[in-house]
Design a protein around this ligand. Structure first.
Ligand SMILES: Cc1cc2nc3c(=O)[nH]c(=O)nc-3n(C[C@H](O)[C@H](O)[C@H](O)COP(=O)(O)O)c2cc1C
Length: 350
């Protein structure tokens, strides 16, 4: 048994968290992680407030353990509405990224906890100053939105600068990784790629099989997948998109997706398109449109297993993923290996 500040703070058995992954972290996967002793996180960025409430209720039917939701604060009102639902439902953990949390006091009032997620040292320090209870620090190895610095670099730097518990993300999949993270100053690890490759994960079989064959060199980083720097499984689709120029058609397609998603009128859509054409490609409208285009491709991969158009976010830890265990098998295995590794390391002390 390994007890850390993270297991004390969140009341879970093991220092392992399920990373928020839109479309992947279903209530079933979240509950499976909670029931196996970890902290399950339900990603809500692509959920309406009603879907968020429904997901929370489904999780509560499947587990009585603490769990959390994850939200991208850049989504503005959509994020506000979802967080409001989570507060009304007194969700034990609110995990946010990409923005400034306004809800920390409200969550603390009902005994909940707030976890910030970042890939930058300066944002980790800010999250601690703002009153977050813990922080997820994501290294470059991670699927999706890591930055340039690897976990090995980021984690000790952040650990020397913040006092709140750190949950390290990016590149974890086994017990040796957990033992290393604890030695580097983390109180827990968060995993995405590895949990997406479990029996309870509903990721399409085509992509699970591709992941099993992939090595640590079979991922690719680009800003062209969804407008933000992101790491995905290397396939003919992702290689073509990464090598191509600015994805103009893709971005307009994304703008149209945004129109459909938020029920925008045609005049609003045309206005948005003109604003996009008058601004540089880093303008929030372009980024938003490219995100929407990326979302379409992610769902094609995750739900349909579409290899011709789908993009599947995946991290470098794929190189060490050789099977599709159940969540409980995976967590048990990691804990046994982490304990053995820590004992072996301890025995080296003269
Ligand atoms: C299939 C998949 C989908 C993901 N989707 C999202 C997402 O929608 N939004 C997000 O911020 N991060 C997403 N992530 C990233 C995770 O939240 C997490 O940061 C990352 O997986 C941690 O590193 P690891 O993959 O090495 O475990 C996704 C990861 C995977 C594997």
């Amino acid at each position: 048994m390994i007890k850390t500040r993270m297991t004390d703070l969140f009341g879970c058995k093991h220092p392992i968290m399920l990373a928020g992954m839109n479309w992947v972290t279903t209530p079933e996967l979240v509950a499976a992680v909670c029931n196996a002793g970890g902290l399950g996180i339900f990603a809500t960025a692509r959920c309406t407030p009603e879907e968020t409430r429904k997901g929370i209720n489904e999780i509560r039917k499947l587990t009585d353990k603490p769990f959390g939701i994850n939200q991208l604060l850049i989504l503005g009102q959509v994020a506000r509405d979802t967080i409001q639902v989570a507060i009304e439902e007194k969700v034990p953990v609110i995990n946010y990224t990409l923005g400034k949390p306004w809800f920390i006091d409200e969550v603390h009032k009902y005994g909940g906890r707030v976890i910030g997620t970042t890939a930058f040292v300066k944002h980790a320090i800010k999250a601690a100053e703002l009153g977050c209870d813990a922080i997820v620090v994501t290294g470059a190895e991670a699927a999706a939105h890591g930055e340039e610095a690897s976990t090995l670099i980021m984690l000790p730097i952040v650990a020397s600068k913040v006092k709140i518990p750190i949950i390290s993300a990016g590149g974890y999949g086994d017990g040796r990784g957990l033992a290393a993270a604890l030695s580097l100053g983390a109180s827990a690890i968060s995993m995405g790629t590895r949990f997406a490759l479990t029996k309870e994960s509903t990721v399409h079989e085509h992509f699970k099989q591709l992941c099993l064959k992939a090595t640590e060199n079979d991922t690719i980083v680009s800003t062209k997948f969804d407008g933000m720097r992101g790491r995905a499984l290397k396939t003919p689709v992702t290689e073509r998109i990464a090598k191509g120029g600015f994805p103009l058609v893709e971005a307009f397609r994304g703008a149209y997706e945004t129109k459909q998603l938020f029920n925008l009128s045609w005049p609003k859509f045309i206005g948005m398109s003109f604003s996009m054409m008058g601004s540089d490609d880093q303008h929030p409208l372009w980024v938003q449109a490219r995100q929407a285009a990326g979302y379409r491709r992610h769902t094609l991969a995750i739900y349909d297993g579409n290899m011709k158009e789908g993009i599947y976010f995946a991290g470098q830890i794929l190189g060490a993923c050789n099977d599709v265990p159940t969540v409980a098998e995976l967590i048990d295995r990691i804990m046994v290996e982490a304990e053995a590794t820590l004992k072996k390391t301890y025995s080296m002390l003269a």
